[in-house]
Design a protein around this ligand. Structure first.
Ligand code: TYD
Ligand code: MG
Length: 452
């Protein structure tokens, strides 16, 4: 009998019985590839799951997850307090950003804590990993390396070695014999992840999968795995900066959106204890268009610098670009400035950038975006020791945001003298001394407080 095949989009995983030039799922062109339907494999995988029966909710014992801190405070923070046995964690990022480096360091720390760690590499030889390890000063006594890409072989070795933690570098290089498709195709990547999930749960061993993503998040892999794994961590920003931000975009064992900040040094990734200091390090004090935002990344307040450059465009259509903040949000706020405050932005190019390559997604950045654009447009610098935060609505009203007192406290801690924030956030949950807080109801008011 002829094997059943289907066409799978290599970007989003959409399945189609016939070939199509454009994926109906994600709209990508020429992304469908023929693959064998994995129906029998799925059935076989299901058979291996232990039988379960309904349990009475009130009889289920409550205990928080046991976590093993790794001595890497930043990594623990992203994971929600440490490594959870039996968890499957995906670490994604662009090539060269530091995925292998970070997990090799974690392997070292787990090994120092007496755990037997297996580092599986489908990309590099033992010697290459050893070279990186020497650079990192790795002394692990119980770290094993395995250069192997066949999933079935890997599980044989796991059965012999019985590791306490497994690292897979990278999920795109591993293939299962059960499928015909090439390594890295969406069905292989899913199969490999599903098998490691069974392995992790079955043996109560934490498994870390490394996954490559390109700038667009393309290439079969991480995006298609997000729903399978317990936690998804992404390296954010660019590898041209010295520091790296790792963000938990999903975490079944902790808060999502938590970030860890690292610095790439000669000896690997070092945790940064005070990210605000790092992100503000090169701030040009007294320069028009530069604003300090108090943002909340996960549970931690971080001050970042937002820069705007607004100038008359020499071209027929003005350019609008935003990195680190949501471009749609910026368009919306610009429309608000035009309509409510009579700003004339039509013939102007507008560029916005968050210094240091961190991404600020929360609407609390709105007031900062407005302030940066206004400052650059008028070519007037802001008061240098003022920090701002607040959501801005379409009428120009300033709306309350979460955890205002944490943000103000961080600003005071970093030596800021004034903080502009939504009036509805006042009084603060707990008062902060040493900083003047100014509550705002409308963006028009904010402008009179902002400039020197
Ligand atoms: P790597 O972990 O190999 O990236 P990935 O696995 O995400 O592809 O790290 C790549 C970069 O990190 C490489 O350009 C060299 C740099 N690096 C350092 O600066 N210091 C170090 O100690 C190490 C090990 C790497
Ligand atoms: Mg690597």
């Amino acid at each position: 009998m002829k094997d059943k095949t289907h066409y799978a989009c290599q970007e989003c995983g959409h399945l189609s019985p016939k070939w199509l030039g454009r994926c109906p799922g994600c709209g990508a062109w020429n992304s469908l590839a023929e693959e064998r339907a994995p129906s029998e494999t799925r059935a076989a995988a299901d058979l291996r799951l232990p039988l379960t029966h309904p349990k009475l909710y009130r009889e289920i014992p409550f205990d928080d997850f046991v976590r093993h801190p790794t001595a890497n405070a930043e990594f623990d923070r992203v994971l929600g307090g440490g490594v959870v046995p039996g968890s499957l964690v995906l670490l994604g990022g662009e090539p060269g950003i530091g995925k292998s480096t970070l997990l090799l360091q974690i392997a070292e720390q787990l090994s120092q804590a007496g755990k037997k760690v297996l580092y599986i590499s489908g990309e590099e030889s033992d010697r290459q990993i050893k070279m990186r390890g020497e650079r990192l000063g790795i002394q692990a006594q119980r770290l094993y390396l395995l250069s192997e890409t066949c999933l079935e072989r890997i599980f044989e070795e796991c059965a012999n070695l019985l590791p306490d933690a497994v690292i897979v570098d990278s999920v795109q290089t591993i293939y299962s014999l059960k499928l015909d498709s090439a390594p890295g195709t969406i069905s292989q990547v899913r199969e490999v992840a599903a098998q490691f999930l069974l392995f992790a749960k079955g043996h109560t061993v934490p498994v870390f999968l490394i996954g490559h993503i390109t700038k667009e998040g393309a290439i079969a892999g991480p995006k298609a795995l997000e729903h399978i794994v317990d936690a998804v961590l992404y390296f954010e920003g660019e590898r041209h900066h010295n520091h790296r931000v790792v963000r938990a975009v999903k975490n079944r064992f902790g808060a999502a959106n938590e970030v860890g900040v690292f610095e790439m040094t000669e000896a690997g990734l070092q945790g940064v204890e005070n990210p605000s200091r790092l992100f503000l390090a090169e701030r040009p004090v007294g320069s028009a268009g530069s604003v300090v935002l108090c943002c909340l990344e996960g549970s931690r307040p971080i001050l970042v610098e937002l820069q705007a450059l607004v100038g008359a465009t020499p071209y027929a259509t003005a350019k609008r670009m935003a990195t680190g903040v949501d471009p749609n949000r910026v368009s919306l706020l610009m429309a608000m400035l035009e309509k409510r405050l009579g700003y004339h932005l039509v013939g102007n190019d507008v560029f916005l950038n968050v210094a240091g390559g961190i991404t600020v997604e929360e609407p609390a950045a709105d007031l900062g975006i407005v302030a940066a654009i206004a400052s650059s447009l008028h070519n007037k610098p802001l008061h240098p020791y003022t920090a701002v935060f607040g959501e801005v609505g379409l009428s120009g009203e300033v709306r309350a945001v979460a955890q205002a007192h944490l943000r103000v406290r961080e600003a005071a801690h970093m030596g800021f003298q004034r903080c502009l924030l939504p009036a509805s956030n006042l009084p603060l949950q707990s008062p902060v001394t040493g900083i003047e807080v100014i509550g705002l109801r409308h963006v028009a008011e904010s402008l009179q407080h902002l400039f020197i």
